[in-house]
Design a protein around this ligand. Structure first.
Ligand SMILES: *[C@@H]1O[C@H](CO)[C@@H](O)[C@H](O)[C@H]1NC(C)=O
Ligand SMILES: *[C@@H]1O[C@H](CO)[C@@H](O)[C@H](O)[C@H]1NC(C)=O
Ligand SMILES: *[C@@H]1O[C@H](CO)[C@@H](O)[C@H](O)[C@H]1NC(C)=O
Length: 967
């Protein structure tokens, strides 16, 4: 950026009449005459000149210098100062930070389109990456430099989140901290996210622990133009202020203005289209498009007026120019037209993408990125026809179908867009997804086919480039900001966790020395994980315009042989065990006849021979390539089974009355009614089929009541069934009785507890009374949804109280049998009572496998490594608590196998694979009162690995239906 050189100097701009100098070089008479003549001419010229000068200065405004400064900057393009790479220290350097030498690292630099990997050392000093290569540590004075031995582990640039609301959608959320959206109109380019940045957000430290170093904090999407975004670094600062968190902070320390002559900076702005702005202004898409055009027309008028004005002012033609045309409200939008603002547009559907692209061409400004962008993969040419350059697409990996706009989203979008040469960014939309796990989005994108170089770039160098900040972040290069992450495994391996995170060279994690073995993870996780081939699925997504058929189809053959199987996990009635029939590295075959396991053993075994013989050639052979057979999984915690699209009421079962705040209508049974989820079940939803194709065969769901007290009876159902009357559609009609106790409800926690106590101790009416009688006898399970340790402690006490009371009523011997079956669902603070829960025999269904303290009542999460040595799962298991893992979002049911695999990896070898599978199968059922005959439960075949890793689910074996569904 050479803006300083483009500026006219102060001297050049000052209009001074020429000086008449008295020393005349000519002499003599002629000389005198000539001199006089010249003098006369000069005098006349001087006089004339002076009069002109006076005329000009009469109309020249008093602030001409300031105006000409502005004019000189009109066409300046943003970028770093020209001497940027000569900087001796980062402008964010924290005085006193010791240099850091990371030895023997595997360094993913972001260079060479994400292919460059170096082996060597990195020196961080003065907030900068000073050197990368083989660095001789003996050259440093003793004690002057910290050393970290990476021992060959992976190092990457800090993770960059292109779409975050961290700090403006605060965590834990509170009534005064939701600052993402203004409701003051559709067009608000003058608002700034920085003005609302909460510095007391729990998420900063959590996200940093996931390797996130920089976030683009965007205003919300309730406005067509929501305002200007702020790029912040997430580390705590000495000043503790929002301003001090800005990536480009130091220029702003003294004042909120900065000097554009030093360097002109990109600004960032939020736009949104589609449902969100429509929703808030009760307008339509047409209204939103008009709002954009009207705003841009206004900005264009100002821009053109400025250009005309400056053309004249630069000529010194001030006549009738008047005041410089500008308007504080519109200056940022005018800057968009000057291509000095990176525009980030929340936009899902083709219609909206197309609208925005037309607007860019009408008003001539580029869009940096379409965010969410669920349908971009269907219309790459539309993106390519945008003004200036094709916008990047900032995506979720698998979060979709939560509203109509996201219904056609595809997990294959990242790879399809990349195939078209479009830039792909993975983003969190924090707190929609916890940005701590933004890397997981890149891992999933990679799993579904985005090349590894682009997958890592999608959360580092690509977002840095899209924001116009690739001169200092997003890459590991000498002279860049020292934002570095040292990982405990390959960053694209499931569960990769930072060992250390440096921001501006300042280490962010302080683990006690005893817990610093850099990795207890298997060596296999140190290299790029192998992922399946999804070419056919990606092609289907395109062919069917985002809605490929997902319904399972059964193999025609009566017998299916799975060959090259490396492990088999089978259910017993209450557990999962790894079959010992496979020894060492030998690969086995598994024969399935009419949907039932016939035998497993070496390909040469007689069992195999007999099975094949008996099939009369009616046999399909599936090569699992070292894959596995595992139990089908069971999901709980979301509305899966009671909804298709969360945001569309007409696709949902709706809200069940909670008995306290909303009483059950008399016609439905009044106070004695108990709502049954089985009556509202929906089958053949895309969520259900997607989960089924990921090995989740059973869903358990309870009536949805948004956290209100009484929910009702849960039910277990098949995710493969086309409708309720199909064979095996209902696994168990009634599971457990569900209630929820939360703070912040219309009725107090103590009122909710009083209601539960009465239901447990008193005979009450109707079906509700009948089911609580079963709960009292220990014949039915009571599930209490609760997050707070205080509420959970009360439930533990209540269980004891009820058991004691019943002992008195029924006699001591009888009481021995009468242990209540109680399960806590949710349970983010349950780890605080691990011992007490274990003693009370209360199990916990963690519906957030990786907890996030979004609500105050779940503030005290146990975050797990690297912030705490143990995870919540490990802590509960250690105290003998039965633990299940669930999920709160229907679209995430497909990921529970990865959740279980991740939990096992986090446990550092203390959880076996079989045990990890119980967390998402038998334990879930046990905790929710579902009893099954193990022989009737489904098995899942995965190719290229087991169910807990990046394998592919290729078949489900269903004994109940007598078929093998092949995908
Ligand atoms: C670097 O780490 C690798 C992996 O642990 C190790 O094999 C190698 O010897 C180390 N190299 C040096 C120079 O320490
Ligand atoms: C304020 O700005 C001046 C001039 O740029 C600079 O020298 C000074 O260090 C700044 N003060 C602080 C507290 O940053
Ligand atoms: C098992 O794997 C090997 C090696 O890839 C392959 O040659 C063989 O065909 C596979 N077996 C079957 C039955 O597909």
């Amino acid at each position: 950026m050479k803006s300083a050189n483009l500026l006219p100097t102060a001297a050049a701009r000052t209009r001074k009449p020429p000086q008449f100098r008295g020393n005349n070089p000519l002499s003599g008479k002629l000389g005198y005459l000539l001199s006089s003549l010249i003098l006369l001419v000069v005098f006349q010229v001087f006089h004339l000149f002076r009069s002109i000068t006076i005329t000009v200065s009469e109309s020249e405004p008093p602030d001409a210098t300031g105006i000409l400064d502005k004019c000189s900057l009109l066409n300046t393009k943003p970028g770093p100062p020209p001497d940027f790479y000569a900087r001796a220290q980062n402008d964010r350097f924290v005085t006193g930070t010791k240099p850091m030498l990371i030895k023997n690292a595997t360094i993913w630099t972001g260079g060479d389109n994400g292919f460059e990997v170096l082996h060597g050392d990195i020196l961080l000093d003065r907030g900068l990456i000073k050197q990368i290569g083989q660095i001789d540590s003996s050259s440093f004075a003793q004690g002057s430099v910290y050393h970290v031995d990476a021992n060959g582990k992976w190092v990457s640039p800090g993770i960059v989140d292109l779409h975050s609301h961290i700090g403006v959608g605060a965590v834990p959320s509170s009534s005064g901290s939701s600052d993402g959206n203004s409701h003051k109109g559709p067009i608000l380019p003058w608002l700034r996210a920085l003005d609302a940045l909460n510095t007391h957000d729990e998420a900063y430290r959590l996200s940093v622990s996931g390797g996130v170093t920089t976030s683009l904090v965007l205003p919300g999407s309730a406005n067509a133009i929501g305002g200007q975004a702020a790029i912040i670094k997430l580390r705590p600062t000495e000043e503790r202020s929002p301003t001090s968190m800005l990536l480009e902070n130091p220029y702003e320390k003294n004042t909120t203005l900065y000097d554009p002559k030093v360097s002109f900076r990109y600004r960032q702005m939020k736009h949104a289209c589609g449902e969100n702005p429509d929703r808030v202004y009760s307008g339509t898409r047409m209204d939103t498009a008009w709002a954009f055009r009207q705003a841009y027309d206004k900005a264009r008028q100002i821009k053109e007026a400025q250009d005309k004005y400056c053309a004249k002012a630069n000529r010194g033609d001030w006549a009738e120019l008047g005041a410089y045309p500008e308007d504080l409200q519109w200056e940022a939008l005018v800057d968009v037209l000057r291509e000095r603002v990176k525009v980030h547009t929340h936009c899902y559907e083709t219609v909206d993408l197309d609208d925005l692209v037309r607007i860019t061409n009408e008003f001539k400004f580029p869009i940096a990125a379409f965010h969410h962008a669920h349908e971009t993969y269907l219309v790459p040419d539309t993106l390519k026809s945008a003004y200036g350059h094709a916008p990047a697409a900032a995506l979720f990996a698998s979060h979709g179908r939560y509203k109509r706009e996201a219904y056609r989203g595809s997990e294959f979008a990242p790879r399809i867009l990349a195939e078209h040469g479009l830039q792909v960014v993975m983003k969190s939309d924090h707190p929609v997804l916890d940005s701590r796990f933004l890397l997981w989005e890149a891992q999933q994108a990679y799993y579904y086919g985005l090349p590894h170089n682009l997958a890592l770039a999608a959360v580092t160098s690509t977002p840095a480039t899209v924001m116009g900040q690739s001169h200092r972040i997003g890459f590991l290069k000498e002279g860049y900001d020292a934002d570095v992450v040292l990982w405990d495994s390959h960053p694209l391996a499931l569960g990769a966790t930072p060992h250390q995170v440096w921001i501006d060279g300042v280490p962010q994690l302080s683990l006690p020395a005893s817990s610093t073995p850099i990795s207890t993870k298997p060596d296999a996780l140190q290299s790029l994980p192998k992922v399946p081939n999804f070419d056919a699925e990606a092609a289907e997504a395109l062919k069917y315009d985002g809605l490929p058929p997902l319904e399972p189809t059964a193999a025609h053959a009566h017998t299916v042989v799975f060959a090259n199987v490396s492990s088999v996990f089978l259910r017993t009635n209450s557990n999962v065990e790894q079959s010992a029939s496979i020894q060492g590295d030998a690969l086995m075959s598994v024969v399935v006849r009419a949907g039932r396991l016939a035998c497993l053993g070496p390909p040469s075994s007689s069992c195999m021979h007999d099975a094949l013989h008996a099939s009369n050639g009616d046999v399909d052979v599936v090569d699992l390539e070292g894959g596995a057979i595992s139990p089908g999984l069971t999901t709980y915690g979301s509305a899966l089974g009671l909804e298709e699209i969360q945001g569309e009421a007409s696709t949902r079962d709706g809200r069940a009355p909670d008995g306290l705040d909303k009483t059950v209508p008399g016609l439905a049974g009044g106070g004695g009614a108990l709502v049954r989820a089985v009556d509202g079940l929906q089958f053949a939803t895309r969520h259900a089929y997607t989960a089924y194709r990921a090995g989740v065969t059973t869903g358990i769901v309870s009536p949805q009541n948004n956290g209100g007290f009484l929910s009702g009876l849960s039910t277990a159902f098949s995710l493969a069934a086309p409708h309720k009357l199909a064979t095996g559609a209902i696994v168990q009609r009634a599971g457990a009785v569900h209630v929820a106790i939360h703070r912040g409800e219309p009725q107090s926690v103590s009122t909710q507890v009083a209601a539960l106590r009465r239901l447990l101790l008193d005979q009450t009416d109707g079906e509700l009374g009948a089911w609580f009688a079963k709960v009292r006898k220990g014949h039915a399970t009571l599930v209490v949804e609760a997050e707070s340790a205080d509420v959970i402690a009360t439930v533990i006490e209540l269980k004891q109280e009820v058991e004691e009371t019943l002992k008195v009523v029924d006699g001591a011997d009888e009481a021995k049998k009468k242990k209540l079956k109680v399960t806590i669902a949710g349970g983010r603070e349950a780890h605080l009572l691990a011992r007490e829960l274990g003693q009370a025999g209360i199990g916990v269904l963690l519906t957030q496998p990786r907890p996030f303290p979004k609500e105050w009542e779940a503030y005290r999460i146990l975050p797990g490594p690297p912030l705490s040595p143990k995870s919540q799962v490990v802590t509960l298991l250690e105290h003998g608590v039965t633990v299940g893992l669930g999920t709160v979002d229907s679209d995430k049911a497909r990921n529970i196998r990865f959740d279980a695999g991740w939990a096992a990896l986090e446990a550092g070898g203390t959880i076996s694979k079989a045990q990890a599978i119980t967390l998402v199968s038998t334990n879930v059922e046990k905790l929710l009162g579902v009893e099954r005959d193990a022989d009737e439960t489904e098995l899942v075949a995965t190719s290229g690995g087991d169910l807990l890793g990046f394998s592919k689910v290729v078949a489900v074996i269903s004994p109940m239906r007598g078929v093998v569904d092949v995908f």
